[in-house]
Design a protein around this ligand. Structure first.
Ligand SMILES: NC(=O)c1ccc[n+]([C@@H]2O[C@H](COP(=O)([O-])OP(=O)(O)OC[C@H]3O[C@@H](n4cnc5c(N)ncnc54)[C@H](O)[C@@H]3O)[C@@H](O)[C@H]2O)c1
Ligand SMILES: O=C(O)C[C@H](O)C(=O)O
Ligand SMILES: [Mg+2]
Length: 561
């Protein structure tokens, strides 16, 4: 550690200082991985190999890397992002070659304000930070979770045109509760249990203070924090710092856009959304984020008053690991309690506290079944059979958990049991289904990647000091409106990933317009607040486009014709 300090390297390497013997062992494990992978590897046996080739290009030639990513985003998003990034994090001790990003650990308490200056870039626009406690649906991956921050920032560069020299992936290593990692001699992080309570908060507070001191205009995206902390940290920082939580707020926006799309796909106007009966499986950071946003959206459509808000509540049934959540639940989670069903209501429906997902679907006959449970296969044959009783003309299934193996069901399962006339979306990409009769079963990717790049870019360019609910709502509405009637009728409720740069531009513009509306803008670079406020929509779109970085080699020598 003293050597790291003398060389100004604190924070630029993973916390665990390894001997050369350990380094050789790490390398050998990786070298032998090919054999292991051939035996019991992932669905795409080449996925990790592709990730490595891309990663080497990333290290060698950043411009070229992003040229490849932008030009082939549909093909390579599943490699640098969900689902392969999950596998990368699970195998990070072997895959790690050079550090990318910064590591702040529990051992760095009291040092963060100075170590933040070890980062070589003068300006940072976007930080994605994780504590590795809930990486996708894979649980606590400790320091190896840094892969998720790197992957999210790749999408920021490719989709939102954030300059790659101005992004910073961050891992806050407060230990891990993953017993395997605690025992693994090749683990790159601190081998102690996670800090909790005030000690934990003190580390995150110190990190926030340090990065905002060095880069007062940076935006910090919180990613894959376990639900226990996700909400608390959001409440703690959202009114003072430019930050948001992607799993809570980004997921909510993308789900709202999809839910509104599902209403349109039933041939109904969006304003019918408050009539939808929605069963949500999973009451963690993502599920609760979606529930809160969906309830607010319904309430707004119903008149935006106290009784509308109360009426909207009764459209949701929430099932977690212990079954249906009702008022009778003991030690109910504070964030889930607004969605606990009243005993009288559910008795009438023939349900009870802890009822199983199948029972709930059978009795409620929902229009929408949405999964954010991290449990692969949760939507079993029985659950999908029960959904046949849905009162909707076209029921919608959102199997949103990541990565692929955690999806609540596959599109094959959904379409084969429920037939062609459904809407299907999943968090990780699946291929469309060809029914062989000229019809296609569309597999939409309902992933927050449609929302966070535009929300971040819009916030950056508006200069807004915080990320308001209104700005995020504007982002979601923009995504919902992006799809044409024809597309929606065909069952396409999210655009193709190949259009992500264009969607992101539109979303960023919508976010800026909302920030103007809320009088939050402060301007960006040579465009000050006053000028920005006078822009019309076209000018805002142009402003966004002009500020998106393109992966081009700079011209060094000018030729005269
Ligand atoms: N598609 C997206 O854009 C997106 C965004 C965020 C999160 N996610 C995914 O959502 C999942 C959950 O994330 P989280 O942060 O909310 O996690 P979490 O661990 O906080 O929450 C999981 C929830 O699922 C519940 N659950 C567990 N077993 C269940 C069961 N058998 N039946 C019903 N519910 C059950 C738990 O009680 C808990 O409420 C992860 O897989 C994550 O990858 C997807
Ligand atoms: O990372 C993703 O693909 C989406 C989401 O943020 C998740 O945690 O699953
Ligand atoms: Mg996430």
């Amino acid at each position: 550690m003293t050597e790291r300090d003398r060389l100004d390297l604190r924070g630029l390497l993973p916390p665990n200082v390894m001997s050369s013997e350990q380094q050789i062992e790490r390398f050998m494990v990786d070298l032998k991985r090919l054999e292991v992978q051939a035996r019991d590897g992932p669905l795409d046996p080449n996925a990790l190999a592709k990730w490595r080739i891309l990663n080497r290009l990333h290290d060698r030639n950043e411009t070229m890397y992003y040229k490849v990513l932008v030009a082939h985003i549909k093909e390579y998003a599943p490699i640098v992002y969900t689902p392969t990034v999950g596998l990368v994090c699970q195998n990070y001790s072997g895959l790690f070659r050079r550090p990318r990003g910064m590591y702040f650990s529990a051992e760095d308490r009291g040092e963060m304000m100075s170590m933040v200056y070890n980062w070589p870039a003068e300006q940072v626009d976007m930080i994605v930070v994780t504590d590795g406690s809930r990486i996708l649906g894979l649980g606590d991956l400790g320091v190896h979770g840094i892969g998720i921050a790197i992957g999210k920032l790749d999408i920021y560069v490719a989709a939102a045109g954030i300059n790659p020299q101005r992004v910073l992936p961050v891992m806050i290593d407060v230990g891990t509760n993953n017993e395997e990692l605690l025992k693994n001699p090749l683990y790159l992080g601190l081998q102690e249990h996670r800090l909790d309570g005030d000690e934990y908060l003190a580390v995150i507070d110190e990190f926030m203070e340090a990065v905002f001191t060095r880069w007062p205009h940076v935006i910090v995206q919180f990613e894959d924090f376990q639900s226990k902390w996700a909400f608390k940290l959001l409440q703690r920082y959202r009114n003072t710092y430019r930050m948001f939580n992607d799993d809570v707020q980004g997921t909510a926006g993308v789900a709202i856009a999809g839910l509104l799309g599902a209403v349109r796909a039933q041939g109904r106007p969006m304003i019918d959304f408050p009539k939808q009966k929605i069963v949500v499986a999973g009451a963690g950071s993502a599920g609760i984020g979606v529930l809160n946003a969906a309830r607010k959206t319904m309430a707004r459509m119903l008149g935006n008053n106290e009784s509308a808000f109360e009426a909207a509540r009764s459209q949701f049934w929430v099932v977690d690991a212990q079954g249906l959540i009702t008022e009778e639940r003991e030690n109910i989670d504070q964030d889930a309690s607004p969605f606990a069903r009243k005993v009288k209501e559910i008795n009438r429906q023939g349900l009870r506290e802890g009822a199983s997902l199948v029972e709930v679907v059978q009795k409620v006959k929902p229009d929408v079944l949405l999964g954010l449970s991290a449990v692969g296969g949760l939507f079993t044959k029985e659950v999908l059979e029960a959904l046949k009783g849905s009162t909707a003309t076209r029921p919608a299934i959102f199997a949103m958990s990541n990565p692929t193996t955690n999806a609540e069901c596959t599109p094959e399962q959904a379409f084969s049991i429920l037939g062609e006339n459904i809407i299907f979306a999943s968090g990780s990409p699946f291929k469309d289904i060809n029914f062989g009769n000229g019809h296609i079963g569309h597999c939409n990717q309902g992933n927050n990647m449609y929302l966070f790049p535009g929300s971040g870019l819009g916030t950056l360019l508006s200069g807004a000091p915080i990320v308001s609910d209104g700005m995020l709502q504007a982002a979601a509405e923009c995504l919902a409106a992006y799809m044409t009637e024809d597309e929606v009728h065909e069952g396409i409720i999210y655009p193709s990933i190949s259009r992500i740069r264009d969607i992101t531009k539109e979303i960023a513009a919508a976010v800026i317009m909302e920030a103007i509306e809320e009088d939050l803008v402060a301007g960006y670079r040579d465009v000050d607040a006053r000028e920005l406020q006078k822009f019309n929509k076209e000018q805002i779109l142009e402003f966004v486009k002009n500020n998106m970085w393109d992966p081009d080699y700079p011209t060094v020598v000018y030729h005269q014709d």
